[in-house]
Design a protein. Structure first.
Length: 173
């Protein structure tokens, strides 16, 4: 009986380690570019190429991610839309802006995600099983440099659409 328990424990440890390694190494560096054609413009209009950036959760050492984001300028988007969760570290603003690089020369709009305001906090995923987690999202004072992040994108001419609206010239529109 004891050997079965040890075998089960060993199997669980190997599976857990494999899942952790996959999430820490493979998934973390598996960047996705999805292409969609959305037929909303009138017939005969030139297409509008929109690059949507989201959920980078950038930390200063993520050089592969920064390089990949920088390479997206080769897609020649007419408009860049950043829907937030761009940073996950207090020192990630400048690396993020450098990663955007030439994309900042293109028309753009942005909003903040919660991870642009509040630094990530380790959480036990099993907490959902034994208690109400609704009170865990009640941090009121942002601890990440969101204003610096917005100022950097705004200085490039990107429009802050957090509870605002604006006009942007993109492509022939």
């Amino acid at each position: 009986m004891r050997s079965r328990a040890l075998q089960a424990l060993g199997t669980a440890a190997v599976l857990g380690g494999t899942a952790f390694a996959y999430g820490s190494v493979a998934e973390r560096n598996w960047f996705a570019l999805r292409r969609l054609d959305v037929p909303v413009l009138p017939a005969g209009e030139a297409p509008l190429r929109v690059l949507h950036i989201s959920d980078m959760h950038l930390t200063p050492g993520r050089h592969r991610l920064m390089s990949w984001v920088r390479s997206l300028d080769a897609l020649a988007p007419d408009l860049v839309v950043n829907t937030g969760d761009s940073i996950a570290h207090a020192h990630a603003v400048q690396p993020f802006l450098e990663a955007l690089g030439p994309l900042l020369d293109r028309p753009g709009v942005f909003v903040y995600g919660s991870n642009d305001l509040f630094s990530p906090a380790p959480k036990n995923p099993l907490r959902y099983l034994w208690r109400d987690s609704s009170h865990e999202h009640l941090r009121h004072i942002p601890d990440l440099p969101w204003a610096e992040l917005g100022a950097g994108m705004g200085a490039a001419g990107w429009i802050d659409v957090n509870n605002h609206r604006g006009r942007v010239k993109a492509g022939d529109l």
